[in-house]
Design a protein around this ligand. Sequence first.
Ligand code: GLN
Ligand code: ZN
Length: 768
Amino acid sequence: MLTHNLGYPRIGNHRELKRACESYWSSQSSLDELLEAGRTMRRNSWLLQREAGIDLIPCNDFSFYDHVLDLSLMVGAISARYRALLEKSDGSGLDLYFAMARGYQKNGLDLIAMEMTKWFDTNYHYLVPEFTKNQAFSLTSRKVLDEFKEAKALGINAKPVLIGPVSYLLLGKEKEPGFNRLDLLDRLLPVYLQVLGELEGIGAQYIQIDEPFLALDLKDEAKRAYESVYAEIAKACPGLTIILATYFAGLDDNARLAASLPVRFLHLDLVRAPAQLETVLSLIPSELSLSLGVVDGRNVWKNDFARSLALIGKAVERLGSERVAVAPSCSLLHVPCDLALEKDDMALPREIRHWLAFARQKLDEVVTLGGLAQPETHKRYANSLKENILDAESRRQSALVHRSGVKQRLASIRPADLNRQSPFGVRQEKQHAVLNLPLFPTTTIGSFPQTDEVRKFRLRFRKSELTEEQYEAAIRGETEQAIRWQEEVGLDVLVHGEFERNDMVEYFGELLDGFAFTANGWVQSYGSRCVKPPIIYGDVERQAPMTVKWSQYAQSLTSKPVKGMLTGPVTILQWSFVRDDQPRSITTKQIALAIRDEVCDLEKAGIRIIQIDEPAIREGLPLRKAEWRDYLRWAVDAFRLTSSGVTDETQIHTHMCYSEFNDIIESVAEMDADVITIETSRSQMELLDVFASFRYPNEIGPGVYDIHSPRVPTEKEMSALLNRARAVLSARNLWVNPDCGLKTRKWPETRAALANMVAAAKALREQT
Ligand code: GLN
Ligand code: ZN
């Protein structure tokens, strides 16, 4: 029984990748130093996987920025705008590579970066391959071959990892009309065959080809593509042992197709979709072996050995142990590097540490499971099994996890708790009467620039260089300035500015019971950007108000309404590592109750408008469409539970920052927020069409300027956008605001842009 790993975190235990890249980008280190840092990181991760006892160690899972971009370079899918760099490249190709990833403004060139989007339902972002009708492909980067040789020099016969040709094309985008990117397969495949042939030539035996789309809803053309591509690969490289990897969902209706492809191993994600094992075993041909993804590559919990062994046992019984391999469910890219970096004096409580496994620990789990599953070696690992059972038991029974008050409260939720007192029409009348806002009220999304000064306060407070009093006085100072400034510029609904918040999820997590934080649990988000998601380990409960003090203070400074600012339950869930011992819907409901209490406390404190941000609701959509309804039901209900404890007069806002609403507009309407502010400026209000044709009933603030760029939009531009919005929405329902929070901007551009925005709103009022 083989053990293998699908991919190891590439950022390094101490975020060495971030340091090396950022120092190279800012010309503080040389290309040689960067390349050397890359070699060191690869060597470290190979050696530690060998030490852990993993049989098949991956290579080409390392990347200086993104593995999809690596592949675009391998096959030469380089958009024409980068050609100039291709010619005068430095040999390593890294200038071109980073230009594609980050844009390039040097030597008289101004090249925009490739588009970035989320890798399936993870928080990792990849660079979207760009294809043209006459797209040609040729072997352009030899990275995978070089890494294989590099590992070989260390005595490791590594398993090169490549995204398969069908998934690669599906991940990309047609950049001009008149063709389907799958039509490019005939041109793309020869490059893959050349690479596979060369890899075989230099001694590769196993190749992992990732085809995650096989576990998604597939059109017929894609199914046919899978059949022909893998037939050709099998024909061209009969000597290679190909492991075809699927993950993040079950094969389900594609099981027959996947099992019929002429590869040696099929990898299944048995964490996300354990039931698919039965299906696949019932139709598996005798030449095919299975790789069982039983160790969760998407979450931080210790494996439940008993459950995994049951799955492995079932496969072994049917196939024999030679036809079974054990692995994590997917690449370990999505979990932090090493739990051993969390020490006793750090944030993570020791009891909770016993329940966790990060990437390094997951390797041990894979090896231990392999050992336990075989009679010859079972004994050697028997102690680990005993320990695992004890740890699982301690977690199941821990008072840290279970709070009877929370469970009781959850059980006593009544349908009425999900409904506001009156329908929107009635609420709107009452709200307009108490708020007395002008037509087309102006507002912002919540945060104001987080200047170096504000960050410094926070850092010094954390290091105990400032007392709590000093820190709070500093934050009050910032808040007061922001309020004064908003009054001066003439905004109608003010915000307190969120100066006290590091991050919109972390801030609430730190104040809620049931959340834990790591000191070093970094995960790559994109390129050199890493995030440190909180860990939700137990029943969530709010001990005391979390934001009331700040909102109340801000409101005390002005007679204009100040919006209370909260993060919604789905977003808090989505941007954390979540419990695997209860459904996500239950955890979300617990968070919803905690935030609901905060909403009610804000109302009691005299806050008349409360915004509950849900920017992550859309990215929580399951990968398989069949599961959307169920998800949308509980996600919408969680929002309604959060927002429905207030009187009709209190105005509830929500904010979402993406521009794809077509397929979820009904659910957005069901959330029944009095006002929704959304991103539209980049799509020039295109997405308003869906709000208009659906006849979205409540009030809307379509973002009139793109806060992701330092550029200051003119009054005229914003007026034009507002006029377009005005044409499809009733005047009564239209708000004026930027498309997201202003945290990442600087003050000068923020001031200028908001002054123009207020002027555009005034002009519209005069016309009406
Ligand atoms: N209120 C948050 C802010 O302004 C919203 C952030 C977001 O939508 N991602 O920063
Ligand atoms: Zn936003």
